[in-house]
Design a protein around this ligand. Structure first.
Ligand SMILES: Nc1ccn([C@@H]2O[C@H](COP(=O)(O)OP(=O)(O)OP(=O)(O)O)[C@@H](O)[C@H]2O)c(=O)n1
Ligand SMILES: C[C@](O)(CO)[C@H](O)COP(=O)(O)O
Length: 237
């Protein structure tokens, strides 16, 4: 069937980056001479399996169209929404239903092609609807007791079979679009594509991935991401 193996990257880039406390949304902060968003778009479109990219930006984004990449023939721009899931949905509805949506945070520029290769293998796995890059939790996990003052430990959570979900997350566009719509209608907290797919009853593969694929969230993440980007650049030489 047409489009069954076509992979389209979907990049939610409409956030404000409030936790970064910068003078602009974090995806437009510079790392090693380029914006975080440019690094992320390049990491995706330079992979041979990625045919094109759909990026969701905020309606009042004053930065995006000043970037050289804004005129790329392989790039489609849509208007994002109030939550990340709304931005993803706005992009996914532009795909054909049998195309594969490779959804990846704009804020994760340290993505290497080896991890994309491993994730794409789920396309051949009939036992799952898709998959996500993830890393096993390393630290002891504490549940906090919130009682108005400084947080204190309520209890220690078991970290057995506990993983950090990363992105990209890969699903058929038609199934993901439907799962997101159902999640919206049920007021689900959809913080990643897999949570919508899980709620819709699909099996989702966990693909053990490079922990360098961090989501740039707070100022302390910037020097670490700069280092990881340099390491990826050296590996690709
Ligand atoms: N309404 C939104 C919110 C977030 N995102 C995107 O989703 C990704 C992951 O979200 P997060 O790291 O939370 O980014 P922000 O929401 O911008 O950060 P913060 O929560 O600190 O404001 C980011 O690339 C962000 O641009 C989006 O496209 N649309
Ligand atoms: C999608 C994600 O990056 C997986 O860990 C994460 O859920 C995004 O959360 P955020 O609060 O929108 O950054």
């Amino acid at each position: 069937m047409k489009n069954q193996q076509t992979v389209v990257a979907v990049v939610p880039a409409a956030g404000v980056g409030s936790r970064m406390q910068a003078d602009r949304p974090k995806q437009y902060l510079l790392l090693n001479g380029k914006t975080i968003l440019e690094h992320t778009l390049n990491a995706l479109i330079s992979h041979p399996a990625v045919s094109r990219v759909v990026v969701a930006i905020s309606a009042d984004d004053p930065y995006f169209f000043s970037l050289p990449v804004a005129n790329a023939p392989w790039l489609t721009v849509v208007t994002g929404g109030s939550e990340r899931a709304d931005s993803v949905h706005a992009a996914v509805i532009t795909l054909c239903e049998h195309e594969w949506a490779l959804v990846h945070d704009a804020a994760r520029p340290c993505l290497d092609h080896h991890d994309i290769d491993n994730l794409l293998m789920v396309i051949e796995d009939s036992k799952v609807a898709g998959g996500i890059l993830a890393t096993p939790v390393r630290d002891t996990m504490k549940r906090a007791q919130v009682s108005g003052g400084d947080p204190v430990v309520r209890h220690t959570e078991s970290r057995e079979n506990l993983w950090h979900a990363l992105t990209p997350q890969l699903f058929r566009a038609g199934e993901l679009r439907q799962a997101l719509a159902e999640g919206f209608s049920q007021d689900l907290a959809i913080t990643d594509e897999a949570s919508a797919m899980e709620a819709a009853g699909y099996r989702v593969a966990l693909i053990d991935a490079n922990p360098a694929n961090i989501k740039i969230t707070r100022p302390a993440d910037m020097p670490l991401a700069a280092f990881y980007l340099q390491q990826i650049s050296l590996q690709n030489q």
